[in-house]
Design a protein around this ligand. Sequence first.
Ligand code: FA5
Length: 351
Amino acid sequence: MDNRIETLKQEILDKLGQMTSLDELDKLRVEFLGKKGKVTALLKGMKDLNNEEKKSFGAEVNRLKSAASQHIDERVAELKQREIEKEIAAMPQFDITAPAPLERGSYHPITLVQRQCETIFKSMGFTVEDYPEVVTDYECFESVNIPKHHPARDMQDTYYLENGQLLKSQTSAAQNAILRKYGKKMAEDGVPIKAIFPGRCFRNEATDASHENTFFQMEGMMVDKDISISNLIFFMKTMLSEVFQRDVKVRLRPGFFPFVEPGFELDINCEICGGSGCSSCKHSGWLELCPCGMIHPNVLREGGVDPDKYTGFAFGLGLTRLAMMKYKVKDIRDLNSGSLKSLAQFTDDEA
Ligand code: FA5
């Protein structure tokens, strides 16, 4: 066997032992196995050999080639492993037996009141529904008796997507879907529709102590035969006295919403100032909390429910404002501020 092969093999092994970086190994690979490398050069010298010699010499060189390549790969893996070990050694060491830090995360006050309201309504037989934040004009407005160009649209400007969809300005956007989801079962089996649907709402409007451009509402609906305003008042009162764990002063006054008839505004006596007037309640002593009313026949009809047989109520509770009142947060904007220092005050509340 040509001792040039053996010499080259030895040279590769010697050099490999001296390599200390991946860069050097790359160069070594090119030096021996590259197009103009030393091993490739051996093949070029075969032209002077006879056919038999060419065959055995070629096979020897190919064996050398794959052995060299394998040795280089092994050395690359070895060096890579060493680099990983070096990085691990340089990392800060953790004592996994050390006690956990005392600072723990906390539920957001809006999550706390939302969960509390869900528990209250579930205990009264309501289902909790989820609904998207991006909806169509039909869902948000037309299906709830607000046709295009209706002046009531001016009360709720929102953010529009290029494809014509919008960020929902009110949880009422889900009313039609809920009526369609449960209406058939009500007609066939006599099961009333009782659902709440909390969700984030968006309004393109100026912010102040009681208005945010992003806030939470919780819509509720009950539809059955002979549902009246007294049912509505009962559920509203029960919900508020459970949330506050005492009787709270509320007032009901007429309010206009195209999807209810009659419609009401349910205001809560300002919990911040006790009703004497402050910036949170715009110095009126009252805060609009939960508009409500008897569902308009057009809305029932649009949702596939016969308004001659069924009646129902709906309400749109301002969850963010409820959190404000419950936790005595003076400015609604603090709830979206992300300040852990202020939010951490509510940690010990049960969700
Ligand atoms: C509505 O959104 C109606 N969809 C509510 C409704 C539902 C009425 C079902 C009748 C039947 P309104 O725009 O008033 O109504 O908003 C309802 C509640 O959401 C307000 O009382 C208030 O508590 C809260 N809210 C409204 N706008 C904001 C805002 N910009 N920031 C914080 N809370 C708000």
